[in-house]
Design a protein around this ligand. Structure first.
Ligand SMILES: CC(C)(COP(=O)(O)OP(=O)(O)OC[C@H]1O[C@@H](n2cnc3c(N)ncnc32)[C@H](O)[C@@H]1OP(=O)(O)O)[C@@H](O)C(=O)NCCC(=O)NCCS
Length: 196
């Protein structure tokens, strides 16, 4: 998917492309996330559902202008209480120099579209409702779900990809994704980083 957007930053002359995240994106993605959320981002409750896991198949996306990575979003396999498969979205971040150019929206729409096409039923996230409501996320039907750590209820949002998918949702949100393969005691991501 190639998308042309009008950017405020004249340095980025290449078109913005939303594509699958690749191993070569790791360093730039980590730097982008550190800048967006701070180095203590690992303390977030959502991280408890991501650590040691791989993102959902085909649902780790980046936005790039040529070799320059400008945005990232990932989705993760979880279950909402027993036997209710869903996806957790996050983190979503866009390079601070070129925000409000539509890149966050591009990443969100591509991620949601792919999730729906792949047969997923619902997406949850912890984030700012004033931003995510434009994609259909709301606190509705999230009241009886809880995360493995503290979370502000007003920021705990859900989106049904299949109507009724969150009806009666209740219980602990738990990770169900593929575990990160280990190689000589190092997580694969760390091995990639060291090899780079
Ligand atoms: C949130 C984020 C990904 C949006 O990326 P983006 O490329 O600027 O998004 P878009 O261009 O599609 O949309 C921009 C619009 O969203 C609004 N917006 C951005 N962040 C917002 C927020 N937290 N709450 C409400 N509105 C927000 C902007 O004001 C802008 O509004 P406008 O269209 O009326 O001008 C980006 O601001 C970012 O990386 N923020 C830091 C990390 C973060 O907060 N991630 C989300 C976790 S809650």
């Amino acid at each position: 998917m190639t998308v042309h957007v009008s950017l405020k930053d004249p340095v980025l002359i290449d078109p913005i492309v939303v594509r699958d995240e690749q191993i070569r994106d790791i360093e730039a993605r980590e730097a982008l996330l550190d800048a967006a959320f701070g180095a203590d981002r690992g303390a977030k409750t959502s991280e408890r559902l991501r650590e040691g896991r791989l993102p959902a198949e085909g649902l780790a996306l980046v936005a790039a202008a040529g070799a320059h990575l400008v945005g990232t979003v990932r989705l993760w396999n979880v279950t909402l209480g027993p036997n209710r498969p869903a996806l957790l979205l996050g983190p979503l971040a866009v390079d601070g120099a070129i925000r409000s150019s539509g890149i966050g929206g591009l990443l969100m729409r591509e991620a949601i579209g792919r999730a729906r096409d792949d047969g997923h039923r619902a997406i949850i996230l912890v984030g700012d409702e004033p931003y995510y409501r434009r994609f259909g996320f709301a606190t509705a039907k999230m009241e009886r779900l809880w995360m493995p750590g503290p979370v502000e209820r007003s920021r705990f949002l859900g989106l049904e990809l299949v109507p009724g998918a969150l009806d009666g949702a209740r219980g602990l949100v738990s990770p169900t994704g593929r575990e990160v393969p280990r190689w000589q005691g190092l997580e694969l991501a760390e091995a990639w980083r060291r090899a780079a």
